[in-house]
Ligand binder design. Structure first.
Ligand code: FES
Length: 474
């Protein structure tokens, strides 16, 4: 157990059905104030955050080239050594890269934060989704919910280890044994144009056709691979595409289960339900810095290559990081074993005494509106290019933006997708990107510009007069 963690007292034995995503469980979480709630964020000076939010193609392309290069090299070695015992080592490396480390690429592509160029993020996401046996659209919405309601029972579709833990299932999970029937069953289901109730719970209806299309594409690729195997009279095509997940998913489990396993459920603070651990450069490359998991959940807009710098800024406000991957597992293994008998037990992370709870300050107009309803907000210089400020007025929150060309915009301050302040987001060209799920709005008219945002933002009037910014709520 880590020095900053302590076990909680045992509490009542939970009913496993509470984890099901259905209307009843969702309503319970909502009534408890746990759904789409406001989560704690460590204070980060805005100037530093702006630097951290910058996306660059350079590091992401470098890492992608190395990664794909390793995959192709190990695949080439597998092909050339096929039929000999020497094939085992390169094939296991290939499988771990293909099915294990693809998970981190899938994740970063999903968030759209790896590359500056959007289509590269989308391409990486689609390729990695296929590699890790996931349907891209279903999982995009599933992961969106995971970030809204992290480890909130009855809301989060990605609770990897519900209590009491299924140890056999966890072990089988390292070989993707359960995933194959689930994935191919879902593909067949979706290819026929059908969706399960739990999926309808978190996926908007207008996304259904995309799910059906993707399922058909995945099935078509597998049919081609099977045809190649039949025509060539060799299992090699299947070992290259389809079966690597049996031999390589262990790496995904090794990293991924450290994220939340054994920690608190139903809390609104990622410092209490997520793990950050320190590790070597190889693990950080394979896992794309997701070892900084508290930081990632608090600020999902920060690209993976900036997470170490973010960690340095917030670490004094967070529980001490685990010193190694092994230290995480030293805590997880006995915790999970104990939870099989005492499902109410979990590790309670201790916050440092200096941990803060303050919110980012909002600007409040200092004097009443003038005769025409205009409010004085701040000097023009207080809002730099590609920046946003939060304004509170009469129990309402607004956001005022300046794009890269100096143009001002104003909208409601809360994202229409969830309860998130857009003033914590990122101004990209003439859009605002929400800090929670990376949805985007066009600033000019508030219209949705990227999923998961579906509903437009209310826009307001804003102007500059004599070196001051004035705002007029609609
Ligand atoms: S809260 Fe989900 S995109 Fe804004």
């Amino acid at each position: 157990m880590s020095a900053t963690s302590k076990p909680t007292d045992q509490v009542a034995f939970p009913d496993p059905s509470v984890y099901l995503l259905n209307r009843q469980n969702s309503r319970k979480a909502m009534e408890a104030g746990l759904a789409e709630a406001e989560w704690y964020q460590s204070p980060v000076p805005r100037a530093k955050m702006r630097k951290l939010l910058v996306r660059r193609n350079g590091p992401a392309l470098r890492d992608a080239f190395i990664w794909f290069g390793l995959i192709f090299a190990s695949a080439a070695a597998t092909i050339s050594l096929w039929g000999t015992w020497w094939v085992i080592a390169p094939y296991l490396i290939y499988a771990a890269l293909f099915a294990g480390s693809a998970d981190a690429r899938w994740h970063e592509g999903l968030h759209g934060t790896a590359f500056k160029t959007d289509w590269l993020n989308i391409a990486l996401y689609e390729i990695a989704s296929f590699m890790v046996l996931r349907e891209s659209t279903v999982w995009r919405w599933s992961h969106t919910r995971h970030h809204s309601d992290t480890i909130i029972v009855g809301r989060d579709p990605e609770i990897a280890v519900p209590r009491p833990p299924d140890i056999t299932g966890m072990l089988l999970g390292c070989f993707a044994i359960k995933r194959y029937p689930k994935y191919f069953g879902n593909l067949l289901h979706h290819a026929r144009g059908q969706l399960a109730e739990r999926e309808r719970e978190f996926i908007p209806e207008d996304e259904f056709p995309k799910i059906f299309r993707t399922a058909r594409v995945h099935l078509a690729v597998y049919l081609l691979v099977m045809a190649a195997a039949l025509i060539s009279g060799s299992f090699l095509p299947l070992f290259l595409i389809g079966l690597p997940n049996i031999f390589g998913t262990w790496l995904m489990s090794l990293y991924g289960l450290t994220q939340h396993t054994g920690l608190a459920e139903n809390v609104l603070d990622h410092r209490l339900n997520s793990r950050t651990f320190l590790t070597n450069i190889v693990n950080r490359f394979l896992y794309l810095n997701m070892n900084y998991h508290v930081e990632h959940h608090m600020f999902p807009l920060v690209p993976y290559y900036n997470l170490p710098a973010l960690h340095e800024i917030v670490k004094d406000d967070c529980p001490a990081p685990y010193p190694s991957l092994w230290a995480c597992w030293k805590e997880i293994i006995p915790t999970v074993a104990r939870q099989t008998e005492e499902p109410g037990y979990h590790i309670q992370r201790s916050l440092p005494p200096t941990a803060g709870r303050e919110k980012k300050p909002a600007i409040k107009p200092s004097c009443p509106a003038d005769a025409e309803g205009w409010l004085e907000i701040c000097p023009s210089a207080a809002l730099e290019d590609s920046e946003v400020i939060r304004v509170n007025h009469h129990d309402q929150t607004y956001a005022i933006y300046r794009d890269g060309e100096g143009q001002l915009y104003a909208t409601d301050g809360i994202c229409t997708h969830g309860k998130t302040h857009l003033a914590d987001g990122l101004v990209i060209e003439k859009m605002i990107e929400c800090p929670k799920h990376n949805g985007r709005f066009n600033l000019a008219d508030g219209s949705p510009a990227r999923r998961p945002v579906c509903k437009a933002l209310q826009t307001h009037r804003v102007r500059e007069v004599s070196g001051r910014i004035q705002f007029h709520p609609s």
